[in-house]
Design a protein around this ligand. Sequence first.
Ligand SMILES: [Zn+2]
Length: 106
Amino acid sequence: MPSPLRKKNGSRWRSLEARVLAEETHCALCDQYVDKSLDRKTDPLSAAIDHDIPLHRGGPEYDRSNLRLMHRGCNRWKSTMTLAEARAKKAGIVKARSEIVASPGW
Ligand SMILES: [Zn+2]
């Protein structure tokens, strides 16, 4: 029996992937430009297609609204978080750093 999490094959996935690559230019997590010419097998700054709500947390696999362009490395870091959770965690890290650099004094 094929796993329900098995993905990334079939023309349905390929056409959705092509749509995301054509429609989006920046990483959904870090907001930096994604160079789509980089080697997607090895380069952490290359393009990856992320499921905003991960599949094993009930996110739809073939719904365009659940798909985002992301760096391969950002996609790995996001792991099983939703995009909102990952952005909040990332913002928390940035906030913690800025508090050390410039304490508001209260
Ligand atoms: Zn990124």
